[in-house]
Write a protein that binds this ligand. Structure first.
Ligand code: DX5
Ligand code: ZN
Length: 228
């Protein structure tokens, strides 16, 4: 972690956002209640439309249902084409943070980010492993969060792509140079083995699905991901 966060206790800055993609969808309410009781800071909701990524998961009505089972902030990761058509629905359903893919927005990215803010949610842009940070330099000022994918989107349980770490370091250098402590969220393949490296690189919001849901001690795993 770099200079800008100095002075704060490291684990106070780290937020653990388990992804419900790995939950049993037939028991989603119980799953998010358990995540909250085990110390999660946010619920990461992977929205897939079957076009931007091959599978379909759920829409805004699942967010509304999850909203009734937890007081935690809901982080809607929109892996969808034309996200501008979805933003209002997800904000009204209770998403506190809505992130949209650089690769799905074309020239409309800034307008989509403005729309998220106008709908009262925090917003962010997502970059896939093969998308350079240069592609989002001009919209970072409109983002509350930068989400850096460490797997190609579409599935849980994939292997972490080490090659994204320099991108995390570059993003943290940019925010430090601007004197802002903006959240850098990393998503995909995070385990107890690699979480230290992603935090040292400058990520402070850790998304993890498989590692948390396959754990036989969810509270310990969430604690370890935060403190390792
Ligand atoms: C993948 C999703 C990720 C994924 C994380 O498209 O965006 O949030 O569910 O799950 P793990 O931690 O299992 O890679
Ligand atoms: Zn995700």
């Amino acid at each position: 972690m770099t200079d800008f966060f100095e002075g704060e206790k490291m684990e106070n800055l780290i937020k653990i956002a388990p992804s419900v993609l790995s939950a049993d969808f037939a028991e989603m309410g119980a799953a998010v209640e358990k995540l909250e009781s085990c110390g999660a800071d946010m619920i990461h909701c992977d929205v897939m439309d079957g076009t931007f990524v091959p599978k379909i998961t759920f829409g805004c009505d699942m967010i509304a249902a999850i909203r009734r089972h937890t007081s935690l902030p809901l982080d809607a990761h929109l892996m969808v084409v034309n996200p501008q058509n979805q933003v209002r629905f997800f904000a009204e359903a209770g998403a506190s943070l809505i992130t949209v893919h650089r690769e799905a927005c074309g020239d409309d990215l800034k307008n989509v980010l403005r729309l998220i803010k106008n709908c009262g949610a925090r917003g962010g842009v997502v970059v896939n492993p093969n998308t350079s940070l240069r592609e989002v330099y001009d919209c970072l000022d409109l983002c509350d969060v930068l989400l850096i994918m460490s797997v190609y989107p579409g599935l849980g349980g994939q292997r972490f792509i080490d090659g994204v770490l320099p991108k995390v370091e570059e993003a943290r250098r940019i925010f430090d140079a601007q004197g802002i402590a903006k959240d850098i969220e990393i998503d995909g393949g995070i385990t107890e083995e690699n979480v230290r490296r992603v935090k040292e690189a400058g990520a402070n919001v850790i998304v993890t699905g498989n590692t948390v849901f396959k754990s036989d001690d969810m509270a310990k795993t969430i604690h370890d991901l935060r403190t390792l």
